[in-house]
Ligand binder design. Structure first.
Ligand code: PMM
Length: 281
């Protein structure tokens, strides 16, 4: 899943794709680099960001969705608003990606149900301007899986077909750096929920901290986190992720192939190849 943020203020690509023509051209480039889906978002969710109006979000997103669909791309819409999701699906979007997993807009789950397209339910505890204060967990893996399961139950109760649900741990959303690593390490617990898993690690803070300058301690700038992002993509694919949401598609498309090839070998016949070799079979 390639990212096209049509925003002035996203943390790593804010302002780059505000012009609809440039946004569409960029999205089509990401398709040429190997993206199966282009995720179009009009509202920044970076920590501390405040909301924009629904009208402004529609104004940013719709021309880009239309242009990408006309160019043959499969498009998902990254929105917390039912009205934007509905309009984007009418314009040809084939997936709704709601970082609040149905919690921010009480009309979203019903809109997703009626749309009939797949719906990403991301783990979410609160809006971007409050989420850094909501990152306390007794056991981050268990708590996120339990809370996500509750979000899934709520959207299913509102009519969303469970066969169309995708779950996402929401890296960086009400999680601190250690929490993000714990959740990546605990992907098996997420896949055990029985839904496809989407992972959004691209250029996020936990990578910037990991790669901090050894002398100054300054986090690695967002634009220089793509190799680390691709490493996460390979690991996520090897652990059975359904998709990774990334800015730099070319590197992650290769990385996903590497991780998937490894997974095929490791899961063949349900045995790890080294175990098979050791038992002489
Ligand atoms: N992260 C961001 C935005 N949308 N959607 C999903 N499903 N998962 C994510 O982790 C996610 C998302 C924030 O990143 P950006 O500002 O670079 O788009």
């Amino acid at each position: 899943m390639g990212i096209v943020n049509v925003t002035p203020d996203s943390f790593s690509d804010g302002g780059l794709w505000l012009d609809p023509g440039r946004a569409v051209a960029h999205g089509l480039e990401l398709v040429a680099e190997g993206a199966d889906l282009i995720d179009v978002g009009g509202e920044s969710t970076r920590p501390g960001a405040s909301r924009i109006t629904g009208e402004e979000e529609l104004r940013r997103v719709l021309p880009v969705v239309r242009g990408l669909v006309a160019g043959g791309a499969a498009v998902s819409v990254d929105t917390m608003r039912a009205s934007v999701a509905r309009a984007a699906v009418e314009a040809g979007a084939c997936l709704i990606n709601d970082v609040s997993g149905g919690l921010a807009d009480p009309g979203m789950a019903a809109a997703a149900a009626r749309s009939g397209v797949p719906f990403v339910v991301m783990h979410w505890r609160g809006p971007s301007d409050a989420m850094d204060g909501l990152a306390g967990y007794a056991d981050v893996r268990a708590d996120v899986v339990r809370e996500l399961d509750r979000q899934v139950d709520a959207v299913v109760s509102a009519g969303v077909d469970p066969g169309r649900i995708i779950v996402d741990p929401g890296l960086g959303f009400a999680k601190d750096r250690d929490g993000d690593w714990e959740l990546l390490g605990g992907m098996d617990e997420l896949t055990r929920l029985g839904f496809p898993v989407l992972v959004g690690a691209s250029r996020k803070r936990f990578l910037g901290t990991l790669l901090a300058d050894p002398v100054t301690g300054a986090p690695r700038p967002a634009r220089d986190r793509d190799a680390a992002t691709a490493a996460v993509s390979a690991l996520a694919a090897a652990r059975g992720a359904w998709a990774v949401r990334v800015h730099d598609v070319a590197a992650s498309a290769d990385a996903v192939r590497v991780g998937s090839a490894l997974r095929r070998v490791e899961t063949r016949g349900g045995r790890h190849p080294r175990t098979a070799a050791m038992s002489g079979s």
